[in-house]
Design a protein around this ligand. Structure first.
Ligand SMILES: Nc1ncnc2c1ncn2[C@@H]1O[C@H](COP(=O)(O)OP(=O)(O)OP(=O)(O)O)[C@@H](O)[C@H]1O
Length: 584
């Protein structure tokens, strides 16, 4: 129920449209009843050969109800669907906005607590399929019961005007169709509906995972294992869909049964009354057809309630995202305006899972404005963790991180991200043009600015040589470009962003030695005048850094200028020698 009320609250902004949809829905059914009733009356009366004038009102009535029914049905669909789609769009945006601050910390929390976690396919399934499921509530669960109630009252009045018995007969079968069948459909269908939502999400997650890793699957010859697991998931899904189809069949059988029983009972009650002269025979067909068309109001209810379990499960999955508390929250107030951009870490300690081992321990160092500090160390030493703390993706638990003299926590995340340009080893390039990929860093940049940045990053000639220059679609993940070219594009983005702080996370990790040298050259240009934190475990051309901090198991083990560390012949020197031996 809690989930249902929350869904109702979400409909707040479109409640006017929902009420209008219910009213137009009610008028549509009333017009249907009117059309059937006047048609039946017209045919019955015509059989008695009255004067044309006696039929004229009925003729006008048939015309009026015939046209009005179509017009109001159209209006009802237009209003309800427009309101629902507007609502679903705003829910999608709301979800995306809720998801953003959860990245990456809370997404990992989901992974720890739920085993499968929020995989890309699962997130996709929540934002697309689960949100789509909510249509069921907004189109079929909210307005139709109100329509059914109003129609029941109208029919009670109409049939009761002839005889109270007719009203009682109609109401008895109508209640069975309006309350009995939807309740049964809910009881039978809600578990299967819930499972259907989960299975679909699982299938979508596995699909996306497999497509992303298709090259490795083929390389390791695991296609058959994968297709077996897909088939199993698909079969489970098909079994659930079959179950739902059986329930649909049953409820449509029951709906028809009750409608026909209502008609037959009505005949059984009405015929003796006609014979006894208590009811004029001309009304007999009217009563029967009006009864049958009154059931139109309850036709969609069983299906809606059968799907309700699945819909509520989908809603719960969405609220799970919305309710997750972000790992990092902004303090109230505006961000400080620093006079300089030096970075200072003092006794910083952090653990990903509270109570477990710390990924960084008692780390202290300073990067003065405009200088470059390289963080080096073996894999798992804590370099990327420090970079993530600096971007406030996680909250440090011990010590201080200061930027321009102010505690990092005092900066709003948005403002902080504006101060930092990041170049990583796997820069994400979007499946769009070079121009749009560059504009990500500065949406308002003029074409001249793009060209200038590309020239500085020495990628301009490569772009010009592409089939459509800056308007070339570069494919998913920049398929059309080499690794070095992609990194240069990332550097051009950082130039365009023109932030005072630069974070380089293994920017040359996947490049060959020659390209690495060239990209490092471009990076030197980019670093000029910027405070730079460079993470690397490849100790090549380390003179690029003013200072090196060597980490091991989360702790600073050495720090100093590159030549000082070499002279020291300590841990850094050992790492350098190890790497040289491997390369030789
Ligand atoms: N999200 C996470 N949840 C839990 N532990 C994590 C997480 N990310 C990293 N760790 C752990 O924190 C420690 C430091 O990892 P980190 O990624 O900072 O190392 P790194 O020096 O950047 O390594 P690499 O050079 O391989 O990228 C490792 O023991 C790692 O297993």
């Amino acid at each position: 129920m809690k989930t249902f009320w929350r869904l109702l609250k979400l409909a707040g902004p479109v409640k006017g449209s929902m009420v209008l949809a219910a009213l137009t829905g009610c008028i549509t059914v009333a017009c249907g009843v009117g059309l059937m009733a006047t048609s039946a009356y017209l045919i019955s009366m015509a059989a008695l050969h009255p004067s044309f004038a006696a039929l004229s009102i009925a003729i006008v009535g048939v015309r009026f109800f015939g046209i009005a029914r179509g017009a109001f049905r159209y209006l009802e669909r237009l209003v309800s669907h427009q309101a629902t789609f507007r609502l679903l769009t705003s829910i999608r945006v709301w979800l995306y906005e809720a998801l953003e601050p959860l990245m990456p910390a809370r997404v990992l929390d989901f992974a720890h607590s739920k085993g499968t976690g929020l995989r890309s396919g699962d997130i996709l399934s929540r934002i697309v399929a689960d949100v789509d499921m909510l249509q069921n509530v907004y189109v079929r669960v909210l307005a139709p019961p109100l329509v059914a109630l109003l129609v029941a009252l109208g029919m009670w009045w109409l049939l009761g005007a002839f005889n109270q018995l007719f009203a009682l007969v109609f109401t008895a079968f109508y209640l069975l169709a309006a309350v009995g069948i939807p309740s049964l459909a809910y009881v039978l269908g809600h578990k299967a509906g819930e499972q259907l939502v989960e299975r679909k999400a699982e299938l979508s997650a596995q699909m996306v995972d497999s497509i992303q890793g298709i090259a490795d699957i083929v390389a390791f010859g695991q296609e058959s294992r994968l297709s077996t697991s897909m088939r199993q998931l698909d079969e489970a899904l098909a079994r659930l869909q079959m179950r739902m189809a059986h329930i649909s069949g049953l409820q449509s059988l029951l709906s028809n049964l009750f409608l026909n029983l209502a008609v037959w009972t009505m005949l059984l009650v009405a015929i003796p009354l006609v014979q006894q002269g208590q009811l004029h025979g001309v009304y007999l067909a009217l009563l029967i057809l009006a009864t049958a068309s009154g059931f139109e109001a309850v036709q969609s209810l069983p299906e809606a309630f059968q799907q309700l379990g699945g819909t509520l499960r989908a809603a719960k999955r969405l609220f799970e995202i919305v309710d997750a508390r972000p790992e990092v929250c902004d303090e109230p107030g505006t961000s400080p305006q620093p006079a300089c951009y030096d970075i200072e870490l003092r006794h910083v300690g952090f653990s990903y899972v509270p109570g477990r081992g710390r990924a960084v321990k008692d780390v202290s160092f300073t990067v003065p404005q405009g200088q470059c500090l390289a963080l080096v160390g073996l894999s798992g030493a804590g370099k990327s963790t420090l970079a993530q703390l600096l971007q406030r993706f996680w909250e440090y638990q011990e010590g201080h991180i200061r930027l321009g003299g102010y505690e990092l926590r005092r900066y709003r995340q948005d403002d902080l991200h504006k101060l930092i340009s990041v170049v990583t080893q796997d820069t994400h390039l979007f499946n769009t043009t070079v121009r749009e990929n560059l504009r990500l860093a500065k949406p308002a940049a003029s074409f001249e600015e793009l060209v200038q940045a590309a020239k500085q990053a020495r990628i301009h000639e490569v772009i010009e040589a592409l089939p459509h220059g800056y308007d070339t679609q570069i494919g998913e993940q920049g398929l059309l470009l080499s690794g070095g070219e992609r990194q240069r594009l990332a550097i051009a983005r950082a130039i365009l962003k023109d932030a005072p702080i630069l974070l380089l996370d293994e920017p040359t990790a996947n490049l060959d030695a020659l390209t690495e040298r060239e990209v490092l050259q471009e990076l030197r240009t980019l670093m000029k005048g910027r405070t730079t934190l460079m993470i690397t475990h490849r100790l090549v051309d380390m003179d690029i850094a003013d200072e090196i901090v060597v980490l091991n198991e989360g702790k600073v083990v050495e720090c100093g200028k590159p030549y000082e560390l070499m002279q020291l012949e300590g841990y850094y020197w050992k790492l350098w020698n190890m790497q040289r031996q491997v390369l030789v």
